[in-house]
Write a protein that binds this ligand. Structure first.
Ligand code: ATP
Ligand code: MG
Length: 566
């Protein structure tokens, strides 16, 4: 099911959002819990680039800290040495900053707590609630039981405290090979919650870590590290996605056994977006298998992909606010994300004219050498953006799609014998079509213009049904334009065969586009509306001699229309 009802309608100027998480915090503040302190954190695992789902979590955590005069930490959950890379840490910091949030000096790493976690583990062993287990991974799984059947206790469960302390220390000292021993919490093998059936706290892994080097050959499991990291940082409200709901009793058990600061975990539904995948594992697969051109490919739902596509941080924050937070999983229509972007860009970007698939038009009755400078409005939504001059002359380009030799009834653009208005210029009439004798392809059109119909001159009362965009052929700059479509053909590309749903036509490159000359000065990431065609931004690879634009989004939601009519 697609859910595109905005749950909270507001923008930065309207009242702060309310949601069940903020209700819980309000209650806690009333009760003086945590001495009325609010501290959240965003805890990415540095094993991939951030995506729009993470953006939701970032906006939520940093937004709450902002609105409650609290703090939000950035914590890298770097407990897994094999998959994590510095490249990812850097990209995550860049993305959070770009979204407009600041963690100040509070940049933390779970690996900073390895010593403390080790001490905590020894405390639990001494309390008799943690033990070294010699079962293999497979055996532990077999012993674990199922949702309906209780687990079986490990034969190593009742080792003495002394033996456990000795073995655990020797695990740390590197005396045992990978996978030969684990440290497990001694909780309850018949608990209805499988997470409580003697979960693993430490595993042996002789592998270097980006930050701790060769110091450790035992590494904490996520479930052991996460809650204690929150506690060490004195996080008051530890906000996470729903799949951790069943882990909460375990996290509570750990901090209670240790008698340390007890954060409140609150779960919310993760964001799913239609026509894309969000798991980092799948995004990595798309990158590695060459289905896209890297993590920042403008078709990717990654923050760096959206940035390269031309998304603004404002539009993403606005989107995050509009979707709100829910307690049940749903799929948000990507059209809502696009709509949030249009709303932002509509108000602030310069409108210009560009022709993506040029068709030459010769105005037969216009003087050969004459060039007129006409007034064009930069943004009708914002008078302060003013006007600019655009050249008009005898030879123009219009869009191939704006001409049809044999038009259907409701085609109000150009066709033989018919009139159309050129935006900011004159009404023209098509009087001739020149074709390539060999291929039959249309090569150029001949038109006449009506000098009495100049836009804005007060003489232009005559009305025609269609208005099209154009550029003056002698006053253009060439560019490449990349048009993007959905990366997947289906709303919810899930299951093992998710790759079968990749849209083979998600990228169209047009290499002979004609733009208003002023665009030669456009800088990387500059955004424009090309009239009637959508919003575009200058790609990172663009150079003045080789301009490249990405289409950020179309002007209207053509997809919603298609979806409704089909
Ligand atoms: P993935 O499933 O994409 O690998 P993850 O949950 O393993 O994501 P983390 O790096 O652990 O990725 O996520 C960091 C934070 O972002 C976590 O607090 C997680 O709850 C949150 N998060 C991840 N994906 C989403 C999502 N789709 N919607 C909302 N929050 C998310
Ligand atoms: Mg995770």
């Amino acid at each position: 099911m697609i859910d595109n009802d905005p749950k909270e309608k507001s923008d930065s100027s309207s009242p702060k959002p309310t949601n069940f998480i903020r209700d819980i915090i309000d209650e806690d503040l009333k009760k003086n819990k945590y001495e009325r302190r609010v501290q959240t954190r965003f805890p990415p695992e540095p094993n991939g680039y951030l995506h729009i789902g993470h953006a939701k979590s970032i906006c939520l955590n940093f937004g709450i800290a902002r609105d409650y005069n609290g703090l939000c930490n950035l914590r890298f959950d770097d407990t897994n040495p094999s998959k994590e890379e510095v490249e990812y840490v850097d990209s995550i910091k860049e993305d959070v900053k770009w979204l407009g949030f600041d963690w100040g000096y509070r940049e933390y790493y779970a690996s900073d707590y390895f010593d403390q976690l080790y001490e905590y583990a020894i405390q639990l062993i001494k309390k008799g609630v943690a033990y070294v287990c010699d079962l293999t991974g497979d055996q532990i799984r077999e012993h674990r039981g199922t949702l309906t059947a209780p687990g079986k206790e490990s034969p190593y469960r009742n080792r003495s405290i002394e033996e456990n302390l000795d073995l655990f220390e020797r695990m740390k000292n590197g005396e045992f090979p990978d996978g030969s021993k684990t440290l497990r919490a001694k909780i309850d093998m018949s608990s209805p919650n499988i997470n409580m059936r003697d979960p693993i706290m430490y595993r042996i892994l002789h592998e270097a870590h980006d930050r701790t080097g060769d110091k450790w050959c035992i590494y904490p499991m996520y479930d052991w590290a996460h809650g204690q990291s929150d506690s060490i940082e004195k996080i008051t409200h530890s906000i996470c996605t729903l799949e951790f709901e069943d882990h909460r009793p375990l996290y509570d058990w750990f901090v209670d056994q240790l008698g340390i600061f007890h954060p409140q975990q609150i779960e919310f539904a993760r964001l799913n977006l239609s026509y894309t995948v969000m798991s980092k594992r799948r995004l990595l697969q798309l990158v590695e298998e060459g289905n896209v051109n890297g993590w920042d490919d403008p078709r990717m739902p990654t923050i760096c992909g959206l940035r390269r596509r031309g998304y603004t941080p404002e539009s993403i924050r606005y989107f995050a606010e509009r979707i709100g937070v829910a307690k049940r999983e749903n799929i948000i229509d990507v059209a809502l994300l696009e709509d949030s972007l249009r709303e932002d860009l509509n108000k602030r970007v310069l409108r210009t004219m560009a022709v993506l698939k040029p068709l030459k038009v010769i105005i037969d009755n216009y003087p050969d050498e004459k060039v007129e400078m006409l007034d064009a409005i930069n943004n009708p939504e914002d008078e302060k953006m003013g006007t600019r001059k655009i050249p008009f002359s005898k030879v123009l380009y219009i869009e191939q799609d704006d001409f049809m030799e044999e038009p259907p009834k409701k085609f109000f653009r150009l066709s033989p014998g018919n009139e159309v208005r050129l935006r900011y210029a004159y009404i023209i009439k098509c009087v001739g079509v020149v074709k390539n004798p060999a291929t039959g392809e249309i090569e150029e059109l001949h038109c006449t213009y009506d000098p009495e119909t100049k836009s804005g001159s007060g003489q232009s009362q005559r009305k025609v049904k269609g208005t099209i965009h154009w550029v003056s052929a002698a006053h253009t700059v060439n560019a490449e334009v990349r048009l993007y479509d959905r990366l997947f053909n289906v709303e919810n590309p899930s299951g093992d065969d998710w790759k079968n749903f990749i849209n083979p036509a998600s990228l169209t490159i047009l290499s002979n586009c004609k733009m208003e000359q002023s665009l030669i000065n456009a800088k990387k990431q500059d955004r424009f509306q090309f009239e009637r065609l959508g919003y575009f931004c200058v790609d990172y690879d663009s150079m003045p001699a080789n301009l490249i634009f990405n289409r950020t989004v179309t002007l209207k939601d053509t997809w919603a229309k298609i979806a409704k009519s089909s």
